[in-house]
Design a protein around this ligand. Sequence first.
Ligand code: MG
Length: 253
Amino acid sequence: MKKQFFLLILLCLALCSVAQTRVVAHRGYWKAAGSAQNSRRSLVKADSIGCWGTEFDVWMSRDGVLFVNHDATINGIEIQHAKATEVRGQRLSNGECIPTLDELLQVAQGTTLQLVCELKPHDNKQQEAQAVKKLLKLFKKYGLENRVTYITFSYPGMRLLIQQVPRGTEVYYLNGELPPATLKSLGAAGADYHHSIFQRHPEWVTESRQLGLKTNAWTVNDAPTMRWCVDHGIDFITTNEPETLQQIIGQAP
Ligand code: MG
């Protein structure tokens, strides 16, 4: 009887940990029909299958317009060094024009997604600081401040975001080099690291939890690694295969 009770408790704990895992579509659900990375459609498709959130990447043109694109260049144009008029109208692989952040947030308003916004590291750190200010302004303009999480590989970008985000908005570091205690001392919400970093340092997951920080692993595309992350209590998993992950954690729509 005692043993059965113990097993029941273990089962409940396991179910709780599974239920907490959150699915983040990496650059939107771009593998869906008619979609493309960081497109408007990829955001809508991530919402349509019930992802918790969608991730996207932001660059700022040299004249101060925020564009959503992963690569530094689109069709040979380097966004951070180009004028907005040169970038506007460039086509994604699905035929859509590259979205400005303003345009993407208008689409996001019609969804229930959490928005995981990656600030790309810019060569000119003054330009990057300006991008931080513009990011915050745009999310405020669309009333999406309570649905955004910021992530970045840029250490100065992370510091600026932490200083300037509204209270309660989470900022995560992507660079994989800092232990949880350092992230905590900087005011970050946690680590958003490549899954191999957590697999090398599983103690960082436990330490994060003890410090009240969260963990996000990217980009987890195969079932065994998804299971490893779920079993180790990673809070958020960023993936190109959101439907596979939903099946593994029992959140399939
Ligand atoms: Mg990204």
